[in-house]
Design a protein around this ligand. Structure first.
Ligand code: SAH
Length: 390
């Protein structure tokens, strides 16, 4: 029997969905029923096989996002996926860490939704019209399961434009909260929920901060693109003899100072610079023997890749030219479109141009509360290299 309310995919264009990838591109769709943007519809292959349910938006080139691949009611599947996301986090974090990502979009099989936990405050990001419609259901569910003090939405994501959604920020539940102090592996951090980047903190770098603590003993650390100084605090906790934190954002540097202070670190060896990292490195002689480079995504879209690589190469060449012998460089790219192979090529070219001997010691990825869905590689974006410069 024909199912008039279902979306039918073109023959041969259903392979990704059969392989549990979440995105349906408009070119893959053969027939669309009438629907209001954001509606949940059944998805079928050209020969009528039921593939699951997706929410749809005609405005977007990713016209549909699968929210279930089984024949259960889709909201039940979503509920299970939320429960599974919470179970995973529970198994990883103890009382020493109360800030982590609870829901990581497609990485947790819940497209369009990010939820971060900062102690008893949840911060939510919604990136699609379909998720906008599901938001009341999912926020209720999270409130029921976690009893947070408040839930704040911080959906100031450029990707919402493609969905025809305006930017939105505001309180969804509970009492208004501005700043909150959280713990990460026993160290204290102030999060400014309102005036911040992302949802407040770069939770994806947690494992790298732990690594920095173990690498910093006796070193002079440069934390470039420091944001609120999270790497600086871990470096000091690990026994760094000095730390320079550099960021263009005044508010971020202010919080970086506060974060060092509340962890008991103070003194002339802890310096803060509101500055452009490129200028800072050009203008200083660079006596730092552990340099952390964690820039923002230089490539936000595919067409940015060439320019982004030039930026990555410039910054690495500058560092490699100036850094003292026997130094470490911990460098990251969070641009999805610059993959690890390309990132390594860029670093390799910079090393050649600076004529330094450089060895790769370790490779890194995003922390495990940012899981990558094995069927949906787009949730993998962060890569890091630990380099030794002779
Ligand atoms: N390492 C940080 C996150 C860095 S995010 C952490 O773990 O918390 C990138 C930061 O780079 C942002 O704080 C942004 O303000 C800053 N930034 C962007 N361009 C910059 C530039 N050219 N020079 C200095 N800082 C810059």
């Amino acid at each position: 029997m024909m199912d008039n309310s279902a979306v039918i995919l073109h023959k041969g264009k259903d392979k990704a969905i059969k392989n549990r990838h979440h995105w349906i591109f408009s070119g893959a769709v053969k027939t669309l029923p009438d629907f209001e943007n954001g509606s949940i519809l059944a998805v079928r292959s050209a020969d009528g096989e039921f593939l699951g349910c997706a929410y749809f938006n005609k405005e977007s080139s990713i016209i549909g996002r699968m929210i279930s691949f089984d024949d259960r009611p889709p909201l039940e599947t979503l509920k299970t996926n939320v429960e599974q996301a919470l179970i995973l986090r529970k198994s990883f974090f103890d009382d020493d860490t109360n800030a982590y990502r609870l829901i990581n979009g497609e990485g947790d099989r819940i497209p369009g939704l990010i939820v971060d936990r900062y102690k008893d405050v949840l911060v939510v990001q919604v990136s699609t019209v379909g998720m906008e419609k599901l938001k009341p259901f999912l926020v209720d569910l999270l409130v029921q399961k976690l009893s947070p003090r408040s839930v704040y939405e911080k959906s100031n994501l450029p990707s919402r434009r493609e969905e025809g959604l305006p930017m939105f920020e505001g309180l969804l539940y509970g009492e208004p909260v501005r700043t909150i102090e959280v713990l990460e592996n026993g160290l204290r951090f102030l999060i400014d929920i309102i005036e911040s980047q992302k949802t407040g903190f770069y939770l994806d770098q947690r494992e790298m901060r732990k690594l920095v603590r173990t690498l910093s003993g006796g070193r002079r650390v440069l934390n470039a693109f420091s944001y609120t100084g999270s790497f600086s605090v871990f470096a000091l906790a690990g026994g760094a003899v000095s730390v320079d934190s550099v960021d263009t954002s005044e508010r971020a540097i202010e919080l970086a100072q506060e974060n060092c202070r509340i962890n008991g670190f103070a003194g002339g060896n802890i310096r803060f610079h509101v500055a452009d990292v490129f200028d800072f490195i050009r203008d200083h002689s660079l006596e730092n023997d552990l340099v952390i480079l964690d820039p923002p995504a230089f490539a936000k879209k595919k067409s940015d890749v060439v320019r982004a690589c030039r930026g990555y190469k410039d910054i690495h060449r500058l560092v490699f030219q100036k850094i003292p012998p026997q130094s470490l460089v911990l460098t990251f790219s969070c641009s999805f479109f610059v993959d690890e192979t390309l990132f390594r090529q860029v670093v390799f070219q910079a090393a050649r141009e600076a004529s330094r001997q450089i060895r790769l010691l370790q490779r890194h990825h995003q922390a495990y509360d940012h899981p990558v869905n094995i069927y949906h590689p787009e949730s993998d974006y962060l890569k890091g290299l630990l380099l030794h410069v002779e």
